[in-house]
Design a protein around this ligand. Structure first.
Ligand code: PEP
Ligand code: MN
Length: 462
């Protein structure tokens, strides 16, 4: 978020009318999947009307700043770090948990900045990541079948009929929870708590763990770099403020549409629920409502691409979502799985590059590597995650293209959801330590370890 005094473009957006609205609403005529079943709910109209009246969560000017930052990354001059929960929850939106997540992202970013020698764009899967696509509409436990949990914006996680009923009033609560989350993030990143020296100090806790001794030399190099900057008179006051952007999967189009406003400066529609929105692997069909809706807002857009993506699918998505080939507009977030990435990614990258499009390539090394542990938990192996990451860097190196970012499911807390790491998590720890309501996240230490490994690889390449 850019609340610097030099940012004059943070003009509020106003609800628009006429032709702009008609275009933005075209998705309503198209096939749509993964939506709640609440159009006939007595509270539906009131919830949508209330959301439509509430202030934007982000400003159009901030969204434009992010697009220019992502354009830098697409050109190989910056690196994107995007991280957070698979599914945020209302209960989990506490000061401690939000600040632990932001701190962890900032800590990772310092390490990656050093490794890449590039600015790192910091972005949370935060302040809106409340709706989940599901492979099945229903869940059965002990012979009882209820609607599947679709995220706190739709229904509750508790396995009771009342909790699992789809309730449109939850969209309004999601808005307010997002607003208070953003408020804390803005205070944290703009209020002087993100001082580079302080963030670097937090990382000492990581290397103090004997399991992480192999990262000591890189940590010492970063330490020397910070002291060198200090000795040279670097303006650490200026480094106390960092830009931090919010993002989520644009899944519930009722919510996204209600928060879409026409910018008073440009007359163009912006989805003000977040700076960056992405389309999930399950909703990226070219002729779908999701792709159409996001083609019509000015925000930078991501699309998840799984192993079944054909190059012609990627090219058609570019034509629809980025017809003007505007750097920073489109990010492809590949999530191939460690077993597939070296085989599937090259063709995709080659054909997209040959088309002349300048997309930003980001790896999501989580979603293609989900397995069930012998004791029945949805999990991921740290080694598989790192293997996909390495594959991503190898492919781009071989093709001469830029591996521009990292998209991860992580938390700042000491949970046990993913297996492995230098201070290994084993499946027995899941019994007490598994807290995710959806996919498994890297815990605080695993997240930092990933940053050190990626930074080591990036630094080694130079
Ligand atoms: C997610 O990011 O949580 C998700 C569901 O990802 P994908 O669309 O890649 O499966
Ligand atoms: Mn997920």
């Amino acid at each position: 978020m850019t609340f610097n005094s030099t940012d004059t473009s943070s003009t509020p957006t106003t609800a628009g009318a006429g032709a702009v609205d008609a275009a933005v609403d075209h998705w309503r005529t198209l096939p749509i999947s993964q939506q709640p079943d609440w159009r006939d709910h007595p509270g539906y109209g009131a919830a949508v009307a209330e959301l439509s009246m509430l202030p934007p969560l982000v400003f159009a000017g901030e969204v434009d700043v992010l697009r220019s930052r992502l354009a830098e990354a697409a050109a190989g001059r910056a690196f994107l770090l995007q991280g957070g929960d698979c599914a945020e929850t209302f209960e989990g939106a506490t000061a401690d948990r939000i600040s632990a997540r932001v701190k962890t992202i900032l800590q990772m970013a310092v390490v990656l900045t050093y490794g890449a020698s590039l600015p790192v764009i910091k972005m949370g899967r935060m302040a809106g990541q409340f709706a989940k696509p599901r492979s099945s509409n229903e869940e059965t436990r002990d012979g009882v079948t209820l609607p599947a949990y679709r995220g706190d914006m739709v229904n509750g996680f508790d396995f009771t009929a009342a909790s699992r009923a789809h309730d449109p009033a939850r969209m309004v609560r999601a808005y307010h929870t997002s607003a208070s989350t953003l408020n804390l993030i803005r205070a944290f990143t703009q209020g002087g708590f993100a001082d580079l020296r302080l963030v670097h100090d937090w990382n000492r806790g990581f290397t103090a763990n004997p399991a992480h001794s192999r990262y000591e030399s890189l940590a010492a190099e970063i330490d020397r770099a910070v002291r060198f900057m200090d000795a040279c008179g670097a303006d650490f006051e200026a480094l106390k403020r960092v830009e931090f952007f919010a993002s989520h999967e644009a899944l519930l189009l009722d919510y996204e549409r209600a928060l879409t406003r026409t910018d008073s400066r440009t007359g163009l529609p912006y989805d003000t629920s977040a700076h960056f929105l992405w389309i999930g692997e399950r909703t990226r069909d070219l002729d779908s409502a999701h792709v159409d809706f996001l083609s019509r807002v000015r925000n930078p857009i991501g699309v998840k691409l799984g192993p079944t993506t054909r190059p012609e699918d990627a090219l058609a998505l570019i034509d629809k979502l980025d017809p003007n080939r505007e750097p920073g507009r489109l990010t492809f977030i590949t999530r191939m799985g460690a077993k597939n990435i070296r085989e599937k990614l090259p063709d995709l990258v080659e054909k997209v590059t040959a088309s002349g499009a300048q997309v930003l390539w980001v790896t999501d090394p989580m979603h293609g590597n989900t397995v069930t542990s012998p004791n029945g938990y949805k999990t991921r192996n740290f080694d598989d995650i790192m293997d996909e990451l390495r594959g991503f860097f190898e492919v781009h190196k071989a093709l001469g293209t830029f591996p521009g970012g990292l998209h991860v499911e992580m938390t700042g807390d000491d949970v046990a959801e993913c297996l492995g790491g230098a201070d290994p998590v084993d499946q027995d720890a899941f019994v007490d330590g598994y807290a995710s309501v959806c996919d498994p996240r890297l815990n605080h230490m695993q997240s930092l370890e990933m940053a050190f490994l990626v930074a080591g690889a990036l630094a080694g390449k130079k």
